[in-house]
Structures are given as structure tokens and as C-alpha cells.
Design a protein around this ligand. Sequence first.
Ligand code: HEM
Length: 463
Amino acid sequence: MQTPKIEFGDIQGLLIRSYTFLPEACYVMLQFTEQAQVRAFLADILPGITSASHKRPDLAFHIAFTNTGIARLIPQERLITGFAPEFTEGLNTKTRSRILGDFDTNAPEKWHWGGDHNPVDAVLMIFAKDSAALENKYQDTAEILKRYNITEVTRLNTMNIGSKEHFGFEDGIMNPLIAGVGGSNARYTKEEEQNVIMPGEFILGYPNEYAKFPLSPRVKTGVEDVFDIGKNGSYMVFRQLEQDVKVFWEFIYGLSENDPHLQGMGPELIAAKIMGRRLNGEPLAPAAAGDLKNFSFAEKDKDGYHCPIGAHIRKSNPRDGIDDDPALSVKMVKKHKILRRGRAFGAPLSPDFDPATMRASGNNDKRGLYFICFNAQINRQFEFIQNAWCNNNKFDGLNDDIDPIIGFPFRETAFRNSAFTIQGCPVRKKINNIPQFVFVRGGAYFFMPGMRALKYLASVAGL
Ligand code: HEM
């Protein structure tokens, strides 16, 4: 299929770049009061929103809305085709909890934000080159919020912990390559091709992996006129995931020291088996030296002897390894991709991420990941990965293995019964009773509109 031309000037920049050059960030959750005030507020901040064609070296500023925020801005009768049902229902509903495993400790009733008791209408996202630039922009924004009587529900501060996530693994390695973003002449190797995904999987208004346009909300703007308000926008999943780093390493060390089957394996290797990569990011599946991204499972690791079948990176991207047809697997997996844009919060348990220090530390501060990802169809992409792959204990021939990092069982019980298998020859090794390391503390589904759509939302007064 021909590579579509991307309208960078109409897309909010976070969809195209992850702003590694802007290491400081915060997310400001908002609640709206009066409709007219919200439109005026939008009109006020609009010139400051960063489009993908405008790369500032010091700052980026974005806005996205939840279902309740959108409902405030677009009268229902104006919508010809609506927003996706997952989005209009919202993340904190019973249906979504069942799909995602948000029970018990993860239940929306306990969330710090995004639950029924503390809903949000929108989020402002500020990325800055240093903390002074971040504070400046935040203070300006707080003034504007006050002016328009908009409530700040909470300010979520990220923490620049470098290229690692809190357990100590290198992060930010894999992300899909969006066809068209590198220009229509971009050339990819055969290995890279596995990871080149049509833009319509992430941005509305472009063909997707089915060679179709994703469903997009449209509004009536006149008797005959229709405006595609979804065009160049995207659905953004935002989940605050707290990580219990100490429990993670205590458990791993416990296995290494006390489990007769795992003794001698060493804690770092056991942890690597669980993640599918070593702490330094090196994949366990055979790959060309120094290549962290391009490897596959079918040919050299079909049985999971290197990278276990239930490892986090294999469950969340099985590449060519599902079923017995690698080409078909790649084609299928391309329909379940997400564009990850998360950032860490909280200080590391040990500044150098040393596992032995993390295991022994008595520090109880909160830390984790603001998991953020973009997709054009939440139920076929983010929810599918979490539900059909990570939470599914029967994934790819396994028996009782949910994702050891982010899997939550379907049943409404405590995490407990989950297992993890390290496939091997002549015998496999099995880890039982894996405790919960990752806890959901808040979240919402957002829609991040394109620039023209934002202008429209700011101007529909009097409709
Ligand atoms: C606190 C929670 C989480 C931690 C600590 C974590 C950790 C990691 C790490 C270390 C990697 C490898 C580095 C990389 O490829 O960039 C990774 C990859 C990945 N994770 Fe997670 N993750 C978490 C949550 C999630 C969630 C909620 C999802 C989606 C439901 C997810 C989906 C993925 C995907 C798709 C990849 C790329 C796999 C690949 O293409 O090879 N992760 N994660």
C-alpha cells in the first residue's frame, strides 16, 4: 500500500516524538465547570499547544480529553458518528475492569484519580528541558486555569530516572515505526519491516493495517457540512502503575537462594527471564550482536528456551512466534500494536539500580510508571494486549502463566495463583505464587485531538 502523507502540522507532537530531549514533565488533571469558560480556556491555550511540525528545544505542551470532557464540549446531537465505545464508557467501568483485571488492589474505587469519586475531564501535559522551564510553564498554566475557573484535580510529577524503569531494566527500546513518518522514501531492512506499522493504527484519518480508515467521530457544522473531528487525533491510554521494587527483588533473590530448581541461576538471570531482556536491555532471544530491536522467536527460539513464552516482552509483542506460521503471526501482531509514551514517577529505590541494594532497602517511597500509550482502536490494541495476551494464562500454549510483570487474572480474586514457566531442556523450571509487583493507582482513557479539531472545540460556542 502507498505510504500516506502525514499532516504533521495538524497532529499534536507527542504522537510523533517521545521528547527524550525534554526530560522534565508533569501531567495536570483537570475538571471543568462552566462550558463557556472551557471554550475560552481552550482558545487561550491553543497557540501554546505543540504540533508535530514545530519542534521546540525547550518545551512541549499538550491537551487531551476524557469522555466527560468531550461531552461538555460537543453537544450529543451534533455528533454524526461518535467516539469509540471504550472511550465513551470510560476506563473506570465494570466492563473495563473485567477486561483489564482492575479488581481488588487495582479497583477504580481505590484510585487516586480517574475513579467515580475523583473523575477528570482533561489532562494538560507539559514537557520541558529542565525543572525551571517546567515550573515556569506550570505557573503560567495554573494562572490561566484560575482565570477560567477550571479545577486542578491533581498534578502528577514525573521523575527523570534516565533510560531505565524502576525495577532496573533499560526501557524505551521498542516502539513501532509509523509508515510515512520517516518520509515516503524511507527504506527499512527486512527485520525492521516487522515493526513498520500503518499510521491508521495510531492516528485517525489514515489507513490502518486492514487498509481501512479507523472509525472517526464527525460533527455537523452546518446544514450540509460535516467536520471529521477525529482526524489527526488519537486515543491515549493513561494508567498510573505503582511498582513495588523491593518485593520484586526480594522475591527474585528468594528464588535464587532457596528454590532448589533455580539455585545457581542468579537473581539477574531469573529477572531477565521474567522480562525477556537482561537489565542492560539485551534480548534473551538470539539477535545480532548489539541489535536490541530486531529479533524474532519462530526460527531460533520457538520453544522459549532463551526468552520464555510468558516473559513480559514476548507476551506484549509475540512477533513471529504465535502459531506455526511466522509470516501470518507478524501480520496478526501488527494489528495489536501500541505507541508507548510513558514516564517514571518517584525516585529510584537505589540510585544505581543495584538489585542487591534494592532488595535490602527500607525505603517505602512510592514509585512507578505513568503508562501512556496511543492507539486508534483501544479494544483491538491496548485492551487486547493486556487482556488476550498478558492476562491470559493460556497464551500461546502456556498453562497457567499470566504476564509476571503486568498480568492480572480474569477472576475476581487476589493475584496469588499465578505461575511462570522457564522453558528448558531436558526439564522446564516453574515459579509459583508470584506476588503482585505492579498496582493500578489511577487512570483514564483520553482523546488527544488534532490542531484543527482543537480550534473547532474552542469555537463552537453558541451551538
Ligand atoms: C510498571 C509496568 C511496566 C513495566 C515495569 C514495563 C517494563 C517494560 C520493559 C523493561 C520493556 C523492555 C524495553 C522496551 O522494549 O522498551 C517493556 C516493553 C514493552 N512493554 Fe512494558 N512495562 C510495563 C507496563 C506495560 C503495559 C501496561 C503494557 C501494555 C499493556 C506494556 C507493553 C509493552 C510493550 C508492547 C513492550 C515492547 C515489547 C517489544 O516490542 O519487544 N508494558 N516493558
